[in-house]
Design a protein around this ligand. Structure first.
Ligand SMILES: Cc1cc2nc3c(=O)[nH]c(=O)nc-3n(C[C@H](O)[C@H](O)[C@H](O)COP(=O)(O)OP(=O)(O)OC[C@H]3O[C@@H](n4cnc5c(N)ncnc54)[C@H](O)[C@@H]3O)c2cc1C
Length: 295
């Protein structure tokens, strides 16, 4: 019955796993996966799932998620079809499923500046807003003007001031069943070549300092106040440390990578060991930035 319903409202699959939906490439199978065709179909799906008390999880590009090995007997929803944008003078209205590296290239060509910091963050617009993702002392809160949200069967527009943006935080983390549908961002007019050059330079910096050739969900821990997680991890001697198929990257010690068919249990073992040792040596509690799901 679930399959038949979802098939009517979006692209449906029953053979997907978190392993192929996340950048860490770990995680178990999924009972149902659906990409709703549009907002009306998404509303139908959410109504149905809530009425039938079925568990569901929205996924963006899976670039900040650690998913457990056990089978997820629920529905994973992707906004892959929410993939268009409109540019109006120095503003862009963009749907939540658009990938940020693509959007930042488009805006650079249009000579719109403001998203250079985000060009190397491999998530969707929805995922970046949810996380208030950032880099180089900038984050999404500085450019988001308003967000269109599906909340409790209603589509509403929320202004930036209502979104409780803070370091890697937004109001959406308090409401896992609200869907970011689209976002309006305010940019500045700039020189197309200068914007592209800055993005290229930043990409080279990332390539030199991050293990982009290995599956990972980016930084594992949030940076504690006035410090860097990678320094503390280096301080306990964990750079390059392995457990099972997971390894603290030897290129960037705040990245835990899947180097050999790792499982969420391997990744978490390293997380807990690091948290214990950093607490014992420095009295600092490291908090995960990566979201755990189904584990
Ligand atoms: C190589 C690499 C480098 C990275 N560098 C950075 C960096 O510099 N800075 C940084 O901040 N992060 C970085 N990240 C982490 C990650 O890319 C960001 O956290 C990003 O914002 C996650 O977006 P996503 O679409 O992949 O979300 P997902 O990982 O798919 O989901 C994360 C959470 O967002 C929710 N979500 C996703 N879309 C929506 C939506 N439309 N509405 C409501 N909720 C939604 C999901 O339900 C989930 O709870 C990096 C990751 C990698 C792999």
């Amino acid at each position: 019955m679930i399959k038949e319903f979802l098939e009517k409202h979006g692209d449906y699959r029953s053979d997907r796993s978190f392993k192929d939906l996340t950048t860490l490439r770990m995680g178990g199978g999924i009972a149902h996966y659906v990409e709703p065709y549009n907002l009306a179909e998404l509303k139908e799906i959410v109504r149905f799932l809530k009425a039938n008390r079925l568990p569901f999880k929205l996924i963006g590009n899976g670039s900040n998620m650690l998913c457990g090995s056990s089978f997820y007997d629920g529905v994973v929803i992707s906004l892959r079809h929410f993939d268009d944008y409109e540019i109006d003078d120095n503003e862009v209205y963009v749907k939540a499923g658009v990938l940020m590296p693509y959007l930042s290239q488009v805006l650079a060509k249009e000579g719109l500046s403001g998203l250079e910091f985000a060009s190397g963050i491999p998530g969707t617009v929805g995922g970046l807003v949810y996380m208030n993702a950032g880099a180089y002392k900038k984050d999404m809160s500085q450019i988001v003007k308003e967000v269109v949200v599906l909340k409790d069967d209603e589509v509403v527009t929320m202004n930036r001031d209502e979104l409780k943006f803070a370091y890697r935080y937004s109001i959406f983390q308090e409401h896992p069943h609200w869907f970011i549908i689209a976002c309006r961002m305010k940019l500045k007019k700039g020189d197309s070549k200068e914007i592209s050059d800055l993005m290229k330079e930043r990409y080279e910096r990332r390539r030199a300092s991050q293990p982009l050739d290995m599956p990972s969900p980016g930084s594992c821990f949030r940076n504690p106040d006035n410090d860097f997680a990678w320094k503390l991890i280096d301080g306990i001697g964990y750079r390059g440390h392995k457990f099972g198929g997971a390894m603290v990257s030897d290129k960037h010690s705040n990245f835990i990578v899947n180097y050999d068919n790792g499982k969420a249990e391997d990744y978490l073992e390293l997380v807990y060991e690091i948290q214990d040792k950093v607490r014992d040596k420095y009295g600092v509690k490291l908090i995960m930035e990566v979201e755990k799901f189904n584990c």
